[in-house]
Design a protein around this ligand. Structure first.
Ligand code: LMR
Length: 326
């Protein structure tokens, strides 16, 4: 008997015969399936299941079906789910405040500047800082630039005065809204639509694909193409689970994630352009492009947030980001 057990363990075979149950990865996220993140998660699932020959199953749970923003981080640490792709603005409560560097207004002039940070030493270092939290960071997925929405036109920085604006759980975003004279309100993504509907908040910021799939345009009369902030994700796994996987399975997962990442980053811009077109076509929301003079005013109001947040995010981290973005 012992000999059989040892042999079975060595060959990774089930002792009592029959097929081994697959390794199951629960991948939880908070957005709609039909968004860049939702599609990339699905692509990852398809690639893994095809390439592992059924050895690994990836169950994707979209739309906060399993957990909301904060709960999903806790669930990952506890091992109730194995994989997430939270926005980079949601790592502060975990104690890795340096991630909030990505929320600094107007830090990235374009997607290439964002990628220069994630693909460089700072991107790698930030993922490493998750390890003491029991989390392994595997990749960054882009989702482009954010716009502002409200029921009043937001042409000038001063138009924000007194507006209650929903934000993600980032102190930099909090400072950003305060710099505009708004009142920031941290709220889970799954609660935003309801909060806008009930009047708990007056407005929000997000990328067009999130605004469209949450049908925010049915509730907000005005959106401004401010491109003031950037939304992106870190694909993360429970470290203990990851370290315990057979090496060849890890290789398969890494290769599939590399391809899913290429896909995620390739579709983000077009998906958001299409969502913006759909919002426009709905006729429910007026979309405004600020004039250069207005943009200068927004920047003047928002750039001091960089200095103000030095103690939160770390001067060295901010400077490393500046160096990477050129
Ligand atoms: C938000 O909370 O607005 C975003 O982080 C949602 C997401 O995951 O895109």
């Amino acid at each position: 008997m012992l000999r059989r057990l040892v042999l079975a363990a060595a060959l990774s075979l089930p002792v009592a015969g029959g097929a081994q149950p697959p390794i199951v990865i629960k991948f939880s996220h908070v957005v709609a399936p039909d968004t860049p993140k939702g599609k990339a998660a699905r692509r990852f699932k398809e690639l893994v299941e095809a390439r592992s020959g059924g050895r690994v199953k990836v169950d994707v749970y979209a739309d906060s079906q399993l957990y909301k923003d904060k709960e999903e981080m806790e669930a990952l640490q506890l091992g109730s789910v194995q994989m997430l792709a939270p926005s980079l603005a949601k790592f502060g409560p975990l104690g890795v405040k340096e991630f909030e560097v990505f929320d600094l207004p107007y830090l990235f002039k374009d997607t290439a500047a964002f990628r220069a940070v994630t693909d460089g030493p700072l991107g790698a270092e930030l993922l490493r800082r998750l390890e003491p939290k029991g989390i392994k960071g595997l990749a960054y997925w882009d989702n482009g630039f954010q716009i502002m929405s409200a029921n009043r036109p937001l042409h000038r920085a001063s138009d924000f005065k007194g507006l209650r604006m929903r934000i993600q759980s980032s102190k930099v975003l909090d400072a950003q809204m305060r710099a505009l004279g708004a009142i920031p309100q941290v709220m889970a993504f799954s609660e935003v639509r309801q909060a806008l509907q009930s009047g708990l908040v007056d407005g929000t910021e997000n990328v067009p694909s999130n605004l469209y799939t949450q049908r925010v345009h049915e509730l907000q009369k005005h959106m401004t193409l401010s491109n003031h902030g950037h939304l992106a994700y870190a694909v993360i796994v429970n470290k203990k689970f990851w370290d315990g996987l057979p090496a060849d399975v890890r290789d398969t997962l890494e290769a599939a994630l590399k391809d899913a990442t290429t896909y995620a980053n390739a579709i983000a811009s077009d998906e958001n352009d299409l969502a913006l077109l759909a919002i426009r076509a709905s006729g429910r929301t007026r979309i405004y492009t600020p004039t250069p003079a207005e943009m200068d005013e927004w920047k003047k109001a928002l750039m001091p947030v960089h200095k103000e947040m030095e103690t939160r995010v770390g001067k060295a981290t901010i400077e490393a980001a500046y160096r990477a973005t050129g």
